[in-house]
Design a binder for this molecule. Structure first.
Ligand SMILES: [Zn+2]
Length: 115
């Protein structure tokens, strides 16, 4: 466990208001996935919320070895995508008439297709 990981975990604990301290970044990733499921109407919303929270907590993917491993864990376990990868996936969906919520113009309540 590096000092940098401890800083991430300490900050995350404060931000998330958690009682139990995490001991690994992987535990934090697990918690972020659980949190992303709160009030998420679709899997796509959950997924993008999850990815955003991973970026905001872990920061640069290649900053330290333990952060790199935590990202690898997030990818393998929860299908984590980086901002660029997510943008690309969203753009591909958009081409096919699917918004960032994984919905179509008939089903999305968020106004994605209203100009
Ligand atoms: Zn939408």
């Amino acid at each position: 466990m590096t000092d940098y990981s401890m800083v991430i975990l300490k900050r995350a604990r404060q931000t998330l208001g958690l009682g139990e301290p995490f001991t690994t970044l992987e535990e934090l990733v697990d918690q972020l996935f659980i949190n992303a499921g709160d009030r998420a109407q679709t899997e796509e919303i959950r997924h993008s919320k999850f990815c955003e929270s991973v970026w905001s907590h872990l920061g640069e993917e290649d900053s330290t070895e333990s952060v790199r491993l935590a990202y690898a864990y997030a990818r393998a376990t929860y299908g984590y995508l980086s901002q660029d990868e997510l943008d690309q996936a969203t753009a591909d969906d958009w081409e096919e008439g699917i918004c960032s919520h994984g919905l179509t113009s008939w089903t999305c309540p968020c106004g994605c297709f209203e100009y």
